[in-house]
Ligand binder design. Structure first.
Ligand SMILES: NC(=O)C1=CN([C@@H]2O[C@H](COP(=O)(O)OP(=O)(O)OC[C@H]3O[C@@H](n4cnc5c(N)ncnc54)[C@H](OP(=O)(O)O)[C@@H]3O)[C@@H](O)[C@H]2O)C=CC1
Ligand SMILES: CC(=O)N[C@@H](CCC(=O)OP(=O)(O)O)C(=O)O
Length: 335
């Protein structure tokens, strides 16, 4: 299968490019940046020297001609572009019959009005929100198999939902009680473009997006339970660590919680750390896994979960969705 990556010079794009280049069944057909990019015509490996010999192809400009040419030669495109760019590009590929795996949040929410509120733009293609399949790989396997457009789940939502859905599905979460998600991300989560907030000398450890981060509606939509989500930026490169506080129904035991997580026990990319387990950035950075541990005291459940934001939180999960869609083992090229 021929694959093209748009936004290949970015952090998630380059990560996905190296995964596809090493994949036993996919062919990396082309790597693109915007038509006016200052990285156009540079080798991808000049930007990412750790991939010399693997990613020596030039970054091509995404012109109108390039979009038409991709339509002739490619099975799937991966959009590793910001939300506003993805929502304009996806329909241009879909109408040429090409599958689209979008790493942005542009097609994750079903309610178009939430884009105005949380993303700051009116969604130009609300009809595609009904067609898009949410790419939370362990939970939407059969829908991903048949999808033309996969909206790969967000990084914080991937950690939060894999931690919470087993407990929610088992009916253990106390109704009306908001679940509190406190999460810290490494700086690659903010993308490669220079920005004062991610400047080496400015980054420390601080919350942001209080009450209004776009991952709040994404988690609530997929969980079916209200949450209070507060992200933090930490001074490390890769990884997300979340500590999640949830009230469970009276009478819930630690065994009930442990039993609820058994629905993930056979998932190869989920590592259940068990009761008392504590996830860490060190345990997941540069890996495709989700690590989950849990603790219960009376009705207070605390869940500890970690992922690598660029692998399970973006490119790794995108490849997992592409594998599922192609009828391959979901872990092909990942473990
Ligand atoms: N970083 C992360 O941990 C995660 C990111 N995501 C999502 O993935 C997407 C990409 O994120 P990330 O890799 O961090 O972003 P980056 O800012 O690192 O990269 C963005 C890429 O898009 C390219 N680009 C910008 N405009 C266009 C355009 N009009 N046409 C084609 N290419 C364009 C950029 O190159 P140039 O500007 O030179 O053209 C660059 O290659 C975002 O939507 C983000 O929300 C999702 C989960 C986690
Ligand atoms: C540290 C940091 O800035 N993280 C980004 C989230 C990562 C990302 O790109 O978000 P999606 O998963 O929705 O695509 C943010 O908070 O906007």
């Amino acid at each position: 299968m021929n694959i093209v990556i748009i936004g290949a010079s970015g952090y998630s794009g380059a990560e996905l490019a190296q995964l596809v280049a090493k994949h036993p069944h996919f062919v990396l057909q082309g790597c693109y940046v915007s038509a006016g990019s200052h990285d156009r015509d540079k080798k991808l490996s000049d930007l990412y020297p750790q991939h010399r010999g693997l990613l020596d192809m030039p970054l091509q400009g995404l012109t109108a001609d390039a979009i038409a040419d991709i339509g002739q030669h490619v099975h799937a495109v991966c959009l590793c572009t910001e939300h506003k760019v993805s929502v304009e590009l996806a329909p241009q590929f879909l109408e040429q019959g090409i599958k689209v795996f979008d790493l942005s949040g542009g097609f994750r929410l079903t309610d178009a009005e939430l884009y105005t509120q949380y993303y700051g733009f009116d969604h130009p293609h609300p009809e595609l929100l009904r067609q898009a399949v949410y790419g939370l790989a362990e939970w939407h396997n059969s829908a991903i198999m048949d999808a033309q457009l996969v909206a790969v789940a967000g990084c914080y939502p991937t950690a939060s939902l894999n931690a919470l859905k087993p407990v929610q599905q088992a009916g253990l979460l106390a109704p009306q009680q908001k679940v509190i998600i406190n999460a810290v991300s490494g700086v690659t989560g903010a993308g490669r473009k220079a920005n004062m907030n991610t400047h080496f000398c400015e980054v420390s450890l601080a919350p942001y997006g209080v009450f209004n981060h776009r991952h709040t509606p994404e988690v609530e939509q997929a969980l079916g339970h209200p949450v209070l989500f507060t992200p933090h930026l930490g001074n490390f490169n890769r990884g997300i660590l979340a500590t999640i506080y949830a009230q469970v129904n009276a009478g819930t035991t630690l065994t009930d919680i442990t039993d609820a997580y058994q629905c993930l026990a056979d998932e190869p990319l989920i590592r259940l750390l068990g009761a008392g387990g504590l996830a860490s950035i060190k345990g997941v950075a540069q890996t495709p896994y989700v690590d989950i541990g849990w603790h219960l005291q009376q009705q207070q459940l605390i869940i500890s979960v970690a992922i690598d934001n660029l692998l399970k939180g973006a490119s790794g999960q995108a490849l997992q969705c592409m594998n599922i869609n192609a009828g391959l083992d979901p872990t092909t090229g990942l473990v």
